[in-house]
Design a protein around this ligand. Structure first.
Ligand code: SF4
Length: 484
């Protein structure tokens, strides 16, 4: 059995000691505090500990600086969890006002251009995997680091309190121990990326049971029922929390294997926590459409769904086979339709408290449409039609400033002429679009380069032809190197 931190001096004395440590650190200087809060048990324990410690100070002392509580909403959070966290933050805000506490809560979200759907459906990034984990930085690290950097640049420095614990995983323990070398004092380490920011980890040595014991034995100061939090965790097959992640190296292999990760996470084979919610609670069966959608992202061999060329059009080989790039246009369109249909099912079947939730926002749809039209030259402008087919409603911004000389009829003719030859269709479509794009420009510098790139991208007959050509080029290169 793991050794409890409370064993030596007992629960009450240990807690008092920690309260004193927090108070001293807090009163020591003007550095603002930021607490990473995900709504999970570890970060709840940290906010609760700090709140309790500061409440014991006289009002003038406890209010000499702000304590920012930050939560990152990846926009693909489990709807039950995101609603729970929002509820907790509302209570926190109300209680801090009523009790004159220095806490201020903030929900941080990724920029639209960095959102999960804009990258997956818009740009065609393949579902995240260990070797291409593009999501954590965009959805979690960048929004929180931007906030912390802003606090540091305004105040010169900051302290970031986190609920990370060594008992969470071996990787976590190793990284925490590594940074201990540079510690100014106990539980206070330098931030690996942001200078002038120190990371405070008051529960770093606590076991899982210690956290629950603390949450069950002390009252939540902002009025949240910790027993409800326990309910949320109940039946979870993996009892790990997705904490506020400040850099990739100290994150767990996936931050999605917990109640508090993204519902789309494909770094874990199955979303056991959501499966458990659906299986164990009849009242949560409305989450099934999310599980159904997620299963489309986890198909083992997805090469048929993806372009044989990389994002910029080059063919890259690994063991004499192409490394596949972004999802194909048809696949991205399928994903969008499925996602919108899942959203409609959710809106129809979810209890009233959750019906307002949307899986994808209009801002994201707008950005996806822009990428498809202007970066990928998919001038068929399919997004409004997909939206209408999936939802039965008119797309809210049908025109939105896009007009193309080549309408649907012309593109149908082009498709007919090209027949099975998809690459020629794409190349001609792109050439037409480049010319259309340059029509109003005074200087046409760069047009030949753009056209040449479009031709280079698509001048193969098919994947096989591209592979033969690239292998030929590689063997020529090797021959040249061998003779030089
Ligand atoms: S939970 Fe999964 S999808 Fe979400 S940021 Fe973490 S690794 Fe990426």
């Amino acid at each position: 059995m793991e050794k409890s931190v409370f064993d030596e001096i007992g629960f009450s004395q240990f807690r008092e000691q920690l309260h004193r440590e927090i108070q001293e650190l807090y009163l020591e200087n003007e550095r603002p505090w930021v607490i990473g809060y995900s709504g999970g048990k570890d970060s709840t324990a940290v906010v609760q500990l700090i709140w309790q410690a500061l409440a014991l100070l006289p009002p003038d002392k406890r209010n000499h600086k702000k304590v920012h509580v930050i939560t990152t909403d990846t926009l693909v959070e489990n709807p039950v969890v995101v609603t729970w966290v929002e509820h907790s933050l509302t209570l926190m805000r109300e209680r801090a006002d009523a009790d004159n506490m220095p806490f201020e809560s903030h929900i941080l979200r990724p920029k639209t251009k960095n959102s999960f759907w804009v990258n997956l459906i818009g740009r065609g990034y393949p579902a995240p995997r260990a070797k291409f984990r593009w999501c954590t930085e965009r959805l979690k690290i960048w929004p929180s680091n931007e906030f912390i950097l802003d606090v540091v640049s305004t105040h010169g420095e900051a302290i970031l309190a986190l609920g990370t614990r060594k008992a969470e995983s071996n990787i976590r323990a190793r990284v925490m121990e590594y940074y201990e070398k540079w510690r100014a004092r106990n539980r206070l380490s330098p931030h690996s990326q942001i200078s002038n920011c120190l990371i405070y980890t008051p529960i770093e040595d606590w076991t899982n049971d210690d956290v629950w014991l603390f949450l069950m034995r002390t009252q939540n100061p902002w009025g949240l029922e910790n027993t409800e939090l326990l309910e949320l965790y109940k039946d979870a097959t993996e009892d790990r929390e997705c904490p506020l992640i400040v850099n990739l190296e100290d994150s767990t292999p996936s931050c999605g294997s917990s109640r508090f990760g993204c519902w789309v996470c494909t770094l874990v084979a199955r979303d056991r926590s959501m499966e458990a919610m659906v299986a164990n609670d009849a009242g949560k069966s409305w989450l099934q459409p999310l599980l159904d959608f997620r299963s489309q992202l986890t198909v083992k061999n997805d090469t048929k769904m993806r372009d044989f060329r990389r994002a910029k059009g080059q063919v890259q080989l690994f063991h004499n086979a192409p490394i596949h790039g972004p999802y194909l246009q048809a696949q991205r369109e399928i994903f969008l339709g499925q996602l919108l249909r899942a959203e409609r099912r959710l809106m129809a079947e979810a209890p009233n408290d959750y019906r307002h939730l949307r899986l994808i926002s209009l801002d994201e749809l707008r950005e996806i449409r822009r990428i498809w039209l202007t970066e990928k030259h998919e001038i068929e402008d399919r997004l409004p039609k997909i939206y209408e087919e999936a939802t039965g409603e008119k797309y809210p911004e049908p025109e939105h400033g896009y007009y193309h000389c080549f309408g649907e009829d012309n593109l149908d003719i082009l498709a007919d002429v090209c027949g099975e030859d998809r690459l020629s269709y794409e190349m001609i479509r792109e050439l037409i679009d480049i010319e259309w794009d340059y029509r109003t420009k005074l200087r046409r510098a760069g047009i030949y380069e753009s056209m040449e790139n479009a031709i280079k991208r698509s001048y193969y007959e098919n994947e096989e032809d591209a592979l033969t050509y690239t292998l030929h080029l590689e063997s020529m290169k090797k021959g040249v190197q061998g003779t030089s």
